[in-house]
Design a binder for this molecule. Sequence first.
Ligand code: SAH
Ligand code: SF4
Ligand code: F3S
Length: 438
Amino acid sequence: MTNERVYIETYGCQMNFADSEVVGSILTGAGYGLAGGVEEADFVLINTCAIRDNAEQRVRHRVRELRALQNRRRGLRIGILGCMAERLQSRLMEEEDNLSFVCGPDAYRRLPELLAQVRGGQKAAEVELSATETYADIEPVRLASNGISAYISIMRGCQNYCAYCVVPYTRGRERSRDPQTVVDEARSLFERGYREVTLLGQNVNSYRCGDTGFPELMERVAQIDPRLRVRFATSHPKDLGDRLLEVMARHANICRCIHLPVQSGSDRMLKLMNRKYTVEWYLDRVESIRRHLPGCSITTDVIAGFCTETEEDHQATLELFRRVRYDYAYMFKYSLREGTYAARHMADDIDEAEKTRRLNEIIALQGQIALENNQHEVGREYEVLVEGESHRSKERLFGRNSQNKVIVFDRGDAVAGTYRRVKVESCTAATLLGTLTD
Ligand code: SAH
Ligand code: SF4
Ligand code: F3S
């Protein structure tokens, strides 16, 4: 036992946030307390992302910033978890010499031993990947939770090997978690008052455990209670089948929002990226979503300036955006990642200024589309899960509709964690403004 405290800081994707909650559970189970901030912590654990160079630079900047705190508090130890730990391993401790340990995403059960070694004055690295670890038996501590919505990790790893992507190297082989443990975790959350769960995986559509595929798993979670909203991320277009859409259509509590990363609107780029679908296939999936689930929101990820991308390829991406009319998009410049197929076999030949120009064009177009989509929402009424106070005003609350759009409204008698009906009165590109109607 120890009375020392850990503070976990998280960067990167939703899966990292879910992992931090597993780490929190492992360490509190080993007797550590959770600190409210770095100031009160004996150990700061930074859960990191390696997806693009700027994600890594942010973390390195943070590690250097924490040095000042270490100078004031000699006992403070800092360690790196997650994808940067896996990618860079003990090299990272040589480059950033105020780090005491690195621990990769499949090694979190060993953290208590690792911290013990560090307390004994050693540096420690644990970066072994696993073909089987899913942390299925660990009940995560809900670290940043509002008590209303929670993430549930249903699988780990990825072996799609998209040419640009580091995830297969940082997260290891794909493996699915036992479905009963997923259902039990969702039920337990519902019983504790949670009203929304998001099932997470790099490609949830390839979830499989025995006879249970993703549509079956979704159906089981949706059946827990109609008052429990179920979301999921991320879908890979190559694997998004109609069976899932049919299950969604049968259950109103499975949210009408599908994140379907396209990456590029050019078949030539998609082939070079090893995405294993064409634009035609992608548009067929979009059409099928719209047929099965009228009013379903579709969001995406896109990369500007991947290797050899021409102006024509770029124009094809813009054209695809005009056709699909996404409600939201995460838009990135291509960032070379060491060890990936693209880094080994292709030249990063689009210069930075050109990448920026293309990205800005996509951002401008998408901003316009999002605004127009929101303008169409004015006059519609939605069921909203109330989440809390609006950041701008205490007199207003915000919630989300099934499509995952944020709606801000005058608070009236509404309380967080309940469902209310809200009519949309006006909008910006990012937010809908409405009034309670029930
Ligand atoms: N598993 C998800 C995405 C995970 S990473 C999927 O397959 O869609 C999130 C997003 O980061 C990706 O969709 C991609 O758009 C972007 N991304 C990944 N590697 C990148 C790189 N090297 N440079 C720029 N963006 C990248
Ligand atoms: Fe990366 Fe592709 Fe796997 Fe997504 S599906 S995590 S982009 S390799
Ligand atoms: Fe980043 Fe790792 Fe997620 S690289 S996007 S934290 S899987």
